[in-house]
Design a protein around this ligand. Structure first.
Ligand SMILES: NC(=O)c1ccc[n+]([C@@H]2O[C@H](COP(=O)([O-])OP(=O)(O)OC[C@H]3O[C@@H](n4cnc5c(N)ncnc54)[C@H](O)[C@@H]3O)[C@@H](O)[C@H]2O)c1
Length: 255
């Protein structure tokens, strides 16, 4: 669909599950070279298929981010497109949220996304190349949600980084945008229904029914729904967009 992506090196964090895995598959189907970087993968950058690479990475570990990006540059080349889908969440009302909950959400979702985007941006600037930075934030980056204090804070932070890096990198031809997914069927969402339901006195099935009832389009989202927007943002069609936060929520969030 997007022929220009065949020449791109795409780095996807959280690529071993859920939305990140959907993004990996979508870019591979477009003919891109794709590196999946995830905490749950084996150590060491290795080729795992035609144009497909995998590496273990904890995005919250600053030196690990730098050494993995160096290894990618040496083995494959400069990363043109980064999608930061690595993420975590803890469920708990604000009054019950611990400092450790706060640190975990902010470290992975906010600092981790920033560290990876910064590393890719530094290398693009040094190579005098244009590129695309695509953050996965959330509609929780725009709204408050009960029982998700630290997560909501972390996703708001991602949108602040998006807007600031967009302004700073625009003169370099590097665009920086965020996707704000709504309710997407992934392992994280399934776990959240169990844990979030427990603190609200609901079963996971009751939470799932409530989820569906809140979406104007009448269904929850798939990883492909999100991946398609990532492809668009990486494509030539989106060249005049930067600093934006695109909702992929079935109409649930409209601002
Ligand atoms: N599922 C949803 O409804 C939804 C909605 C909005 C935003 N999001 C966001 O989308 C992203 C992906 O979520 P998902 O639902 O696919 O979750 P998921 O749990 O299915 O996948 C997340 C992946 O991130 C990896 N990961 C976790 N911590 C990491 C770390 N420190 N370093 C590297 N990798 C790490 C995990 O191993 C996992 O493979 C997250 O940022 C999440 O907040 C999800």
């Amino acid at each position: 669909m997007f022929d220009e992506l065949t020449s791109r090196v795409v780095f996807v964090t959280g690529g071993n599950s859920g939305i990140g895995a959907g993004v990996v598959d979508a870019f591979l189907a477009e003919g891109a070279t794709v590196v999946s970087a995830d905490l749950s993968l084996p150590e060491g950058l290795s080729g795992i298929g035609e144009r497909a690479w995998a590496v273990r990475l904890d995005v919250s570990d600053e030196s690990a981010v730098e050494s993995v990006l160096d290894a990618v540059a040496d083995a494959i080349g400069t990363v043109d497109v980064v999608v930061t889908a690595a993420g975590t969440s803890t469920m708990g009302y604000a009054t019950e949220t611990t400092g450790a909950d706060w640190d975990r959400n902010l470290d992975v979702n906010a600092k981790g996304s920033f560290l990876v985007a910064r590393g890719v941006a530094r290398r693009l600037v040094a190579a005098d190349r244009t590129g695309r930075i695509i953050f996965i934030s959330s509609q929780a980056g725009k709204n408050g949600y009960r029982g998700m204090t630290a997560y909501v804070a972390s996703k708001h932070a991602v949108l602040g980084v998006t807007k600031t890096m967009a302004v700073e990198l625009a003169p370099r031809g590097i665009t920086v945008n965020a996707i704000c997914p709504g309710i997407i069927e992934t392992p994280m969402k399934h776990r959240e229904r169990i844990e979030g339901g427990a603190i609200r006195g609901m079963t996971a099935e009751e939470v799932a029914a409530e989820d569906r009832s809140q979406v104007p389009l009448g269904r929850t989202g798939t990883t492909q729904d999100v991946a398609g927007v990532a492809l668009f943002l990486a494509s030539d069609l989106a060249g005049y967009m930067t600093g934006q936060a695109l909702n992929v929520t079935g109409g649930m969030t409209m601002h």
